[in-house]
Design a protein around this ligand. Structure first.
Ligand code: G2I
Length: 455
C-alpha cells in the first residue's frame, strides 16, 4: 500500500505535468495495479458491485464475469416489496436467498434494495392508505430486515422519496400521504431489526448540487441532528451524455454531514463520452474518503434495464469495453486525480498572439442556487498560467447571510468576508485546471464576487 502511494504520488506529478503539456498518459502504475474491478477497489478499501437478476446466475457467461470482477451484489428486483411480500403477511424470500447464498459462497457482500418505495409495491399495498398502510409498511421493514439480519452490508431503507424538478420537496405517494415522518419511522424500524446493517437513503437525479439533492441533504442533516439512524446515502447515477461538474462536490457535502456515500446504480448512456464519464464518477468516489463503493446496475449491456443504451462496462459478448478500462484505471489511480475529464488540447496553434497577459494566480467564479432564506454556492477556481500549489478564495457576503456548511474547501469565518482554502486533494492545479468547492448558507447571497489568491 505504501509502495503504491509513493508510486501514485510520482505518477500524479508526472500526469499533471503531462496534462499541462497536452499529452495522454496511462494512469495505471504497473507494480501494484489491481487487474479486476474488485481487486482494484479493494486496494482502496472500497467494494465494486453489480445488480443481479438472480435468474441469470445459472448462465455461465454471466456468472463468470460476476465472480471474477465484482465483490458486492444487489438484487435488481428480488428484494423489493412486491417480490418479498406478495400477499400481506406472506413473505417469500426465494430470489433474495438465492442471491445471498451466491454472495456468501463467493465472498461477496450484499446490498439490500429496497425496503420501501412508491413503485413495485404489491397490489394489496397499492390499494391501502393511512394508518393501515403505515403499519403494513413498517411491518414489512421489520420482517424483511429481521429475516436478512446479519447478511446485508447496506439496506436501501427508503428509495426515491423526493420529487424531480425544482421543488426540493418529497414526492407524492401513498407512503408520503401516511405522514411526513414515514421515512424516519422506516429507518428506526430497520435499525431495530438489523443493527449491523448500514441504513441508506437512495435516489436518482442527485448527480450534482440541485434542488432535489439539496432537499435530500436537508433531510439527512435533520436526521443526523435528531438522532434518526441513517448511515449512508445512495446516488443511483443513471447518467446521460454528460456529468454534472459538481458531482464530486455533491458527494462530499453529504459525506461532510457524517454519512457514507455510495454510487448505487451506475450506468451511462453509450456514446463518445461514456468511458470518460464512468472514469470521472469513479475518480469522484476515490476522492471522497467516505465513498465506500460503486455498484453498476447490471453486468453486460444486454442485462441492463436501459436496453439499447449499452450503458454498462461489458458488451453483450462479455468483452470489456473502453468504459471498463477507464473505471479500472481510476480505481488503480486512487485519490488525487481531479474528477473532471481532461479536455482535449486544441489541435491548431492559435494564429494571433494573445494580447492579454495570462493570469498568473487564479480566478474564481460563483454560481448560486437560491431559495427563500437560503442558498447553495458552487465556486469554480481556475488556475492561471503558473498553476497552483494551493489557493484561497475570499467571498464577501451581504449582511444577514452566513455560511452553514462547506464542502471541498475549509472555511474561515461564516459571516462578512469568508475565506475558503483548498483541501488536500484539490490545491495543486496545473495551468488552466479547475477545482470546485461549495458552500451552503442562510440568508440571501446574490451578487457574490469572489477573489482568488494562489500559493
Ligand atoms: O428503473 C431503474 C432502477 C431505478 N432505481 C431503482 C431500481 O430498482 C430500478 O430498477 C429497475 C429494474 O432494473 C427493472 O428490472 O426497476 C424496474 C421496475 O421499476 C425493473 O423493471 C421491472 C419491470 O418493470 C417489470 O415489468 C418486470 O416484471 O422488472 C420486473 C422483473 O423483471
Amino acid at each position: 500500500m505504501k509502495h503504491k502511494r509513493a508510486l501514485r504520488a510520482a505518477v500524479t506529478i508526472a500526469v499533471t505535468g503531462a496534462l499541462a503539456a497536452g499529452m495522454t498518459v496511462a494512469l495505471n502504475p504497473a507494480a501494484a495495479a489491481g487487474t479486476t474491478l474488485k481487486a482494484a477497489a479493494a486496494e482502496e478499501g472500497r467494494y465494486f458491485g453489480a445488480a443481479v437478476a438472480t435468474g441469470k446466475l445459472s448462465t455461465g457467461a454471466y456468472t463468470t464475469i460476476l465472480n471474477r470482477e465484482f465483490n458486492s451484489v444487489v438484487a435488481e428486483n428480488e428484494m423489493k416489496w412486491d417480490a418479498t411480500e406478495p400477499q400481506q403477511g406472506q413473505f417469500r424470500y426465494t430470489g433474495g436467498d438465492r442471491l445471498v447464498s451466491h454472495a456468501q459462497a463467493n465472498g461477496m457482500s450484499v446490498r439490500g434494495h429496497a425496503l420501501l418505495w412508491h413503485a413495485q409495491q404489491p397490489g394489496w399495498a397499492q390499494g391501502m392508505s393511512g394508518s393501515a398502510l403505515r403499519n403494513a409498511a413498517i411491518n414489512h421493514v421489520t420482517k424483511v430486515a429481521t429475516y436478512y439480519r446479519g447478511k446485508i452490508h447496506s439496506w436501501d431503507v427508503v428509495n426515491e422519496a423526493f420529487a424531480d424538478g425544482g421543488s426540493g420537496a418529497r414526492r407524492d405517494s401513498n407512503l408520503q400521504r401516511t405522514g411526513n415522518d414515514w421515512i424516519e419511522a422506516a429507518f428506526r424500524a430497520a435499525r431495530a431489526a438489523d443493527p449491523g446493517a448500514k441504513l441508506c437513503y437512495n435516489d436518482y437525479n442527485t448527480d450534482g448540487v440541485n434542488a432535489k439533492s439539496t432537499g435530500i441533504y436537508n433531510m439527512v442533516r435533520d436526521f443526523k441532528s435528531r438522532g434518526v439512524p441513517i448511515d449512508c446515502v445512495g446516488f443511483q447515477s443513471h447518467l446521460g451524455t454528460s456529468l454534472a461538474g459538481d458531482y464530486q462536490a455533491n458527494l462530499q457535502r453529504f459525506a461532510d454531514l457524517g454519512v457514507d456515500v455510495q454510487i448505487t446504480e451506475l450506468d451511462v448512456m453509450t456514446g463518445g463520452s461514456q468511458a470518460s464519464i464512468f472514469g470521472a464518477v469513479t475518480r469522484a468516489c476515490m476522492n471522497v474518503s467516505r465513498c465506500t463503493g460503486i455498484t453498476t446496475w447490471g453486468v453486460r449491456d444486454c442485462d441492463s434495464w436501459r436496453g439499447s443504451d449499452n450503458a454498462l462496462l461489458f458488451d453483450c459478448n462479455g468483452n470489456k469495453k473502453a468504459a471498463y478500462t477507464s473505471v479500472l484505471n481510476a480505481l488503480n489511480a486512487g485519490p488525487g486525480i481531479p474528477t473532471d475529464p481532461p479536455t482535449d488540447p486544441p489541435t491548431d496553434p492559435p494564429t494571433d498572439p494573445p494580447t492579454d497577459p495570462p493570469t498568473v494566480g487564479c480566478s474564481a467564479s460563483v454560481s448560486l442556487n437560491s431559495w427563500t432564506g437560503g442558498f447553495v454556492a458552487t465556486v469554480k477556481v481556475t488556475a492561471g498560467s503558473a498553476g497552483t500549489s494551493g489557493w484561497n478564495v475570499s467571498v464577501p457576503l451581504p449582511s444577514g447571510a452566513s455560511v452553514t456548511n462547506t464542502w471541498s474547501a475549509t472555511a474561515t469565518g461564516s459571516t462578512g468576508t469568508v475565506r475558503f482554502a483548498n483541501v488536500d486533494y484539490n490545491g495543486r492545479l496545473g495551468a488552466g485546471q479547475v477545482a470546485e468547492f461549495g458552500f451552503q448558507g442562510n440568508g440571501s447571497a446574490s451578487g457574490l464576487t469572489p477573489t482568488c489568491t494562489a500559493s
